[in-house]
Design a protein around this ligand. Structure first.
Ligand code: PRX
Length: 665
């Protein structure tokens, strides 16, 4: 925590303010700052009463709760602990017999452009049949199931089917390697894997099942009894007799009715791995009741979801955004949503805009990296500029995953939103379950680059290292002072790490430490996130631990002696990964350096996944260290940025190394 405040940038001076358009406010659920304030006041007056009210209004309980917040074992907080529910029933069954039953739940557009639609009724039948198939193969309440699927209706069905029988899913993004899959299978103790033979991305057929095979061959996965394989493409894949079953075999003869299993509110709905500041990814455990409450409520508030909306969140189900705002939240709200298999640049960088037009999308939610890359494409090729498509169906835009720079915000506002659509810049994290700090589109005046104010009941604050509140304009650490229902419950199998990472003693042991720096504006008290204050990078909205990448590099023991990884700002991806590597051989130059850097990039792709490949790799005969042997990352960050070193280097053991590392090899 000691480096926290040094990483905070100065206050952004941003004078542009965009009040909610009157027409938007006129129809919005929360239509004024007075209404927002009234909810905040309600939460402040009676914190538990407020959350209990929302939990009753947003969740269908098969057994009503009588307890609200239990702090007796803090920071292992519990919410609605004696209540029972089923997450899948809250997304599907509850709509039966209502007008939503025959409404389109998912409009699926495949990579190649084919469109498939399912209604809520059909989705319920598919989920039920899948759930019956899982049960027939011995998967039970409390079991963990690893899902390694492409963006498809089947991916959502697999998640919902696990939830339906009370099995806890752990979805792994399709861009992770066999090693990463294996580590997660072992850590989570999975009994089954749900995967696909291939995935289609950008016109290419990419293997998934063979990666699962490789993962299982790495060992330690003896608990896996079944691998269920979706045949996404007609191309055959290896199937191991006895262990592997196609979806056809899984579903064969199974009824389309399956009673949802009621679970306690604290029952783990899912475990999702994310990067932390040490080498090993953390299994973030979420509870069913509190998570479902916030998934539904934030869809209604932040997206102001209406029956007529066509919602599109572009996130993959392998990330938290794809959990809360694809697999659960929109379904709980009875919305129609688009699920997209492909990539924004295939067959060209007009794909998103074309899809908005084609499906009449009204609410579009994506990441700043995607926006920046599409701005670049539109600037260089008029044929993919959004002006070529009719985007008039849009009424609301959203941003998530990383800070959105005001230039990208303005472009999004002008070219996609036609200066008519509010933009909700939603700040939150895997650990939070749902939105934390975000504008409410019918109420909050927007300031580009600011996620504005916490949602009612979210006690976000900015403090110094000892927990004192910072004045507006002074940067500090982002914390949440009180527990909230959709918060992380534990790090799977590692309660000590949970306490240390999120509830440090220095802050009293009950305050949630987000790991981000933030500052509130002097005039409005609006929050602006200034970036991570720990060893976590955000590359294209993907969270990567520097230590994780370092461990991958040094595991190439025949070549690498030592490695240090830092981030540097990147116009397109937000941050880029830079690795400083000491080899077990003389420092290479020219072609040899290039070739070794490539070899190491591929190695990291194999160890973690292509998303973790360092952009820059620099070789040196040593790393800058203090006399006690500590790597001076501060200096490496300056070198990576190409800055002159102005910091004091007198404590360095080997100052000459800076010059060597500053030169590219
Ligand atoms: O640094 C913050 C950044 O993304 C981190 C959380 O990453 P992850 O757990 O993968 O979840 C991403 C999607 C919810 C945060 O610690 N971040 C997320 N949203 C924003 C953001 N930074 C600035 N503005 C945001 N809107």
């Amino acid at each position: 925590m000691s480096t926290a405040t040094s990483a905070i940038e100065s206050v952004l001076v941003e004078n542009r303010v965009f009040p909610p358009p009157a027409t938007f406010a006129a129809q919005a659920r929360i239509a004024s700052m007075e209404q927002y304030q009234a909810l905040c006041d309600e939460a402040e007056r009676d914190y538990e009463g407020y959350w209990a009210r929302l939990a009753r209004e947003n969740v269908v309980w098969s057994k009503p709760f009588t307890q609200v917040l239990d702090e007796s074992n803090a920071p292992f907080f519990q919410w609605f602990a004696d209540g029972e529910l089923n997450a899948s029933a809250n997304c599907l069954d509850k709509h039966m017999g209502t007008p939503v039953e025959h409404k389109t739940a998912i409009i699926f557009e495949a990579d190649g452009g084919e469109v498939t639609k399912v209604t809520y009724r059909e989705l319920l039948e598919r989920v039920s049949q899948f759930a019956n198939g899982l049960k027939a193969h011995g998967v039970q309440k409390g079991d963990r199931v690893l899902i390694y699927m492409p963006m498809t209706i089947e991916g959502v069905v697999a998640m919902q089917a696990c939830a339906r029988i009370g099995a806890t899913h752990s979805v792994v993004f399709g861009g992770f390697s066999a090693k990463a899959v294996q580590e997660r299978i072992v850590d989570v103790g999975a009994v089954a894997v749900i995967t696909s033979n291939y995935q289609m991305r950008g016109g290419k057929e990419l293997p998934l099942k063979s990666i699962v095979d490789d993962a299982l061959a790495l060992g330690g996965c003896e608990a896996i009894k079944n691998v269920f394989v979706y045949e996404r493409t007609p191309t055959a894949c290896n199937l191991v007799a006895g262990r592997d079953k196609t979806f056809g075999e899984l579903l064969q003869g199974q009824s389309k009715e399956c009673a949802p299993v009621a679970v306690g509110a604290e029952h783990p709905l899912f475990i999702l791995y994310t990067s932390g500041s040490t080498g090993k990814p953390k299994g973030v455990q979420h509870a069913t009741g509190g998570y479902m409450l916030w998934a539904k409520q934030t869809v209604d508030w932040t997206f102001d979801m209406k029956d007529s909306d066509v919602f599109w969140c572009t996130a993959d189900i392998g990330w938290i955004t794809g959990h809360t705002y694809v697999a659960y939240g929109p379904l709980a709200a009875g919305a129609t949503q688009i699920v997209f298999e492909g990539v924004p640049t295939f067959p060209n960088a007009g794909r998103f805009w074309q899809m908005i037009e084609r499906h009449g999308c009204t609410i579009f939610y994506t990441a700043p990296t995607a926006i920046r890359s599409l701005i670049k494409a539109a600037d260089s090729d008029a044929a993919v500029h959004p002006k070529n498509w009719d985007l008039s169906s849009l009424r609301l835009l959203g941003s998530v995953g990383e800070p959105i720079n005001p230039e990208a915000w303005m472009w999004y506002h002008k070219h996609i939103g036609a200066e008519r659509c509010p933009i909700v810049d939603t700040f939150w994290q895997t650990e939070n379950g749902g939105h934390m700090i975000t504008p409410l589109p019918g109420a909050t005046p927007l300031v580009p680059g600011s996620c504005t104010l916490p949602l009612p009941g979210i006690t976000a604050a900015i403090v110094d290292e000892t927990g004192n509140d910072m004045a507006n304009g002074a940067g500090g650490m982002l914390v949440v002072k009180k527990p909230w229902p959709s918060m992380i419950r534990n790090i799977w199998g590692d309660p000590e790490r949970f306490k240390k990472s999120y509830f440090p003693e220095e802050l009293g042991g009950k305050t949630y430490l987000a790991g981000d720096g933030a500052v509130r504006s002097v005039d409005r008290g609006y929050f602006r996130i200034t970036g991570r204050i720990d060893d976590v990078l955000n590359v294209s909205g993907h969270r990567m631990g520097t230590m994780e990448i370092e461990s991958a590099l040094v595991s190439k023991t025949d070549l690498v002696a030592e490695a240090a990884v830092v981030g540097r700002p990147d116009d397109l991806t937000g941050e880029a990964i830079c690795a400083f590597v000491v080899l077990k051989r003389p420092v290479p130059h020219g072609e040899e350096a290039k070739q070794l850097a490539n070899e190491l990039r591929n190695w990291v792709a194999k160890e973690i996944g292509p998303i973790a490949k360092p952009k820059d790799i620099r070789f040196g005969e040593n790393l800058p260290k203090t006399r006690s042997g500590k790597i001076m990352r501060r200096l490496l960050r300056s070198i990576a940025k190409g800055e002159a070193i102005t910091q004091d280097t007198s404590t360095l053991e080997n100052p000459a190394i800076l010059e060597q590392l500053a030169k590219t090899n």
